[in-house]
Design a protein around this ligand. Structure first.
Ligand code: SF4
Length: 195
């Protein structure tokens, strides 16, 4: 079975996405082929610029993984060492709207690091929960993933986790498990477009 690194931004996006990747929810229209993966989860988000918010989201993910998916490996987070680098570059694009150029940079930054991590861990494939949110540019995320697939020789799993009622399922699962759901994407600049 292929070893898959699932990059995740937060527990609300991870919960419905992992159900699909583990074959517990319908995969049609979400993935291009039935999922047959041994999944490991990687929380990696240098874009969450407020340290308290970062810790809150990370804690929410760790708790729900431990309680609901104790057998799924969690890879070491490396967000903190990259936060300053991410912020310096993203600041140049601070006036961009959400889904604009700053977000394209942000998707690429996190996915590039996800592929590097997958390579170091000897994994076969990468997927990301970023495609769950309707506020993100799914087409751009998948295009970047496919570019990185060619660059690294590691498969990228094209996804659209919002299909098959992904957001509805996210809300249900967060309510059921008492998981914290944030009201903005993550960076300082996205606070101005709070939900
Ligand atoms: S709004 Fe979200 S995706 Fe866009 S740059 Fe900020 S954290 Fe990244």
């Amino acid at each position: 079975m292929k070893r898959l690194l699932l990059h995740t931004c937060c527990a609300p996006c991870m919960l419905p996405s992992i159900e699909v990747l583990l074959g517990r929810s319908p995969w049609e229209r979400v993935l291009e082929a039935p999922p047959e993966y041994e999944v490991s989860v990687w929380f990696y988000n240098p874009n969450i610029t407020d340290p308290e918010e970062y810790l809150r989201r990370k804690a929410a993910l760790l708790v729900v993984m431990k309680e609901r998916y104790p057998d799924i490996p969690l890879l070491d987070d490396e967000s903190e060492k990259d936060r300053e680098h991410w912020f310096l570059t993203a600041s140049l694009l601070k006036d961009e709207p959400e889904r604009g150029k700053r977000c394209i940079f942000c998707y690429g930054y996190r996915l590039y690091r996800a592929f590097l991590k997958a390579k170091r861990e000897g994994m076969d494939a990468v997927a990301t929960t970023l495609t769950l949110s309707p506020l993100k540019n799914t087409e751009a995320i998948n295009r970047i993933g496919l570019l990185l697939e060619r660059r690294f020789g590691i498969s990228y799993v094209v996804s659209d986790f919002k299909k098959q009622n992904g957001m509805k399922r996210s809300k249900e699962l967060c309510l059921q498990y008492g998981v914290y759901r944030q009201d903005y994407c993550g960076c300082e600049f996205s606070k101005r477009s709070k939900l």
